[in-house]
Ligand binder design. Structure first.
Ligand SMILES: Cc1cc2nc3c(=O)[nH]c(=O)nc-3n(C[C@H](O)[C@H](O)[C@H](O)COP(=O)(O)O)c2cc1C
Length: 224
């Protein structure tokens, strides 16, 4: 698999088969992904990889928390800008609508939408869950480094026949995660990631998200 194939076939998978992923594969992917660049080679990323019973226990604790607060809690950072403007607002709306459309869930059916959303906190059935955190002293540059690390993992997953879904949905569960994984207060919990083998028969995995045209976000210039 070349980089273009990995990029073209990476997509957020939201239904996984329960087939296990060996610990050695996860270790290899993490080691390779850590070749990602970072400003000043700070390598600011931290990750907990949860496999088998370790993953199941977080899912159990998240369910317990949901019984107290269906949203889990309040995230430690703004997942989206509080006043999201165009064209971003529409992009967000469209992908959400397209996702629920794959399953034939109309806008009014809030209960079924919620049932699907709650699957986030089961890692969509994936056998491996990653939790990413970073020291709070880090700034915008290091958030960007963390993003590069995440994408490296997601691309490497393709090489191993695996799929993934990055999950900010775990952010509101920071207290539960912190307590379980003993994440120090100095670290901010950023997001999770589901990793496993895609359930190709699941309608939700048929979603291929759109991208804006090149001219909407790029200027390629040759003349001075
Ligand atoms: C940092 C990050 C967090 C995300 N969090 C979630 C999430 O909590 N739940 C989810 O279903 N998708 C999540 N996504 C997936 C995005 O919705 C998805 O990347 C976007 O719609 C583009 O679709 P694609 O990944 O299939 O190309 C996240 C993506 C990123 C990069």
């Amino acid at each position: 698999m070349n980089v273009s194939d990995a990029l073209a076939t990476r997509k957020s998978v939201r239904a996984f088969k329960s087939d296990p992923v060996p610990r050695a594969v996860i270790e290899e992917i993490l080691l390779k992904a850590a070749r990602a660049p970072s400003g000043g080679n700070l390598q600011p990323w931290k990750v907990h990889a949860l496999i088998g019973p370790a993953r199941d226990e977080l899912v159990r604790r998240a369910k317990e928390q949901m019984a107290k607060n269906p949203r889990g809690g309040v995230p430690e950072y703004h997942i989206y800008p509080p006043e999201l403007t165009e064209p971003y607002k529409t992009r967000r709306f469209v992908v959400g609508e397209q996702m629920y459309a794959t399953m034939g869930i109309p806008r009014e059916d809030r209960a079924r939408r919620l049932t699907q959303f709650v699957r986030n906190w089961e890692f969509f059935g994936a056998p491996v869950g990653l939790i990413f955190s970073m020291d709070r002293q880090m700034q915008e540059g290091q958030w960007s480094d963390l993003g590069g690390f995440l994408q490296s993992i997601m691309l490497l997953c393709r090489e191993y026949g695996l799929h993934s879904c990055a999950q900010e949905a775990w952010a509101p569960f920071h207290a539960v995660i912190r307590e379980y994984l003993k994440v120090p207060q100095e670290e901010m919990i950023f997001c999770g990631m589901a990793i496993g083998y895609a359930d190709e028969s699941a309608a939700i995995n048929s979603l291929v998200s759109e991208r804006a045209a090149l001219q909407e976000w790029a200027v390629i210039r040759e003349t001075a």
